[in-house]
Design a protein around this ligand. Structure first.
Ligand SMILES: [Zn+2]
Length: 79
């Protein structure tokens, strides 16, 4: 079972999977929103907008770090 980064939807609790590309897009500013695949909730990531958004952004940052660790481990495993 593959485990990608992600976080539970605040509306319905569905796990919203977030690809590494998408997360990097958030950090670079080319992406600012994500949709829940179950209920269609739109999450807008705007750190300047509100504390809640900032918290979401911080959680995403943790996911990125975990994803990067997983990639590093996977690369070590291959070689
Ligand atoms: Zn949802």
């Amino acid at each position: 079972m593959q485990q990608n980064g992600g976080f539970p939807c605040p509306e319905c609790g569905e796990m919203i999977s977030v690809s590494r590309e998408l997360l990097l897009g958030f950090l670079s500013g080319s992406q600012d929103s994500i949709y829940c695949s179950r209920c269609g909730l739109k999450l807008t990531i705007n750190p300047e907008n509100s504390q809640e958004a900032l918290e979401q952004y911080r959680q995403l940052d943790e996911v990125i770090q975990k994803s990067q660790q997983n990639v590093e481990q996977a690369q070590k495993g291959h070689f």
